[in-house]
Design a protein around this ligand. Structure first.
Ligand code: SAM
Ligand code: SF4
Length: 332
């Protein structure tokens, strides 16, 4: 492991940088992005690939080991393969991953692998075409299923599949997704719905807690807990007790917060560092790069920013305030 120089006030070490490469998306998941009147960032507001690479390089020099590209939809940013190639070559990067809605992934999976990407996570909230369309406001289930197959065919390990569970919409599909994991070998990640939605419509009544998700799976399958790969891993993990392929993971930031072991720092597409998904402040790194700060100054800025990392989110506190930026702007 490289020397850990990014440490916060609560003795947590930052090893994981999530890079949002665009705020744009070809889906309109209702819990993430508005359906109309979207004001996208202009091209000149976004970090260039060279600027992203600079921040990543400096971060890796300070102990970051994992990079994840996200968005918005990372595959809609032109020539993302070029960025991947360059990031993969930074000495010290142990893991380079991408989170995608999988639209158009079938045609690009092999190229992404060739560029040096290690892992792909695919989002899929329903196995029913109509429900999928209700959630994403796009007809895309076939593309997602093809994308999952293409990822495996391209030589990646079976992908993680993110499913945000929303009461009354897709919670009746939880056990079906477990069947799907067995059939395809994917690693399901059931995620609690978080108050980061564009319309501020999040409501606790729509939240399906991690324990309830587990009990719905247990109605059909016997599952056995397994250890996390690292303490900062967000998912509680399970395998099927009958030895079947696939895996189940529960990501429960609301009902079982994991802030105490958080190792993440985020870089938004428009060049701001965020120390928590639920931060109320951005730390503008773009202006520093563009005014010509040298690498030593950017390094100091990263170190100082990490010292401002919040102890945890405050979703369960009475005075919790939802951040203005949604997931598509922060980078999930
Ligand atoms: N467009 C890509 C995708 O959908 O995979 C990457 C970006 S997306 C913001 C990353 C992840 O955040 C997705 O799995 C998405 O379901 C999740 N997400 C977005 N808004 C959320 C919310 N309010 N609560 C929980 N997860 C959310
Ligand atoms: Fe787009 Fe991903 Fe947000 Fe859905 S969750 S709108 S696919 S960024």
């Amino acid at each position: 492991m490289s020397e850990a120089l990014l440490k916060d006030k609560f003795s947590r070490t930052i090893r994981d940088l999530r890079i949002s490469v665009t705020d744009r998306c070809n889906f309109r998941c209702f819990y993430c992005i508005p359906d109309e009147d979207i004001v996208w960032k202009r091209k000149q507001e976004l970090l260039t690939y060279e600027e992203i690479i600079l921040v990543a390089k400096i971060g890796v020099g300070l102990g970051i080991e994992k990079l994840r590209l996200t968005g918005g939809e990372p595959l809609v940013r032109r020539d993302i393969e070029y960025l991947i190639e360059r990031l993969a070559r930074i000495p010290g990067v142990r893991d380079l991953a991408l989170t995608t809605n999988a639209f158009g992934l079938k045609e690009r999976a092999a190229g992404l692998r060739e560029a040096g990407l290690n892992r792909i996570t695919i989002s899929c909230d329903s196995l029913n075409a109509e429900t999928f369309k209700t959630i994403t406001r796009r007809d895309g289930l076939g593309e997602v299923l093809d994308g999952i197959e293409a990822v495996v065919n391209a030589g990646f390990e079976p992908p993680k599949v993110n499913c945000v569970v929303i009461r009354g919409l897709n919670d009746h599909e939880i056990a079906d997704f477990a069947d799907f994991a067995q059939k395809t070998g994917v690693r399901m990640r059931f995620i609690e719905y978080m108050p980061l939605d564009n319309g501020h419509q999040w409501d606790r009544s729509l939240l399906v807690g991690g324990r309830e998700i587990l009990s719905k799976i247990s109605e059909r399958h016997s599952i056995t807990p397994i250890n996390r790969d690292s303490p900062s891993e967000t998912a509680l993990r399970y395998v099927f007790s009958n030895g079947a392929a696939g895996e189940i993971g529960i990501i429960a930031p609301v009902t079982m917060p994991f802030c105490g072991a958080c190792s993440r720092l985020r870089l938004t597409a428009d060049g701001n560092l965020r120390t928590c998904l639920f931060s109320m402040v951005d730390h503008n790194i773009k202006d520093r790069i563009r005014r010509g700060d040298d690498e030593a100054a950017i390094r100091e800025f990263l170190i100082d920013t990490v010292l401002k990392k919040e102890e945890g989110h405050r979703i369960n506190e009475a005075d919790f305030i939802q951040p203005a930026r949604t997931m598509s702007f922060i980078g999930g």
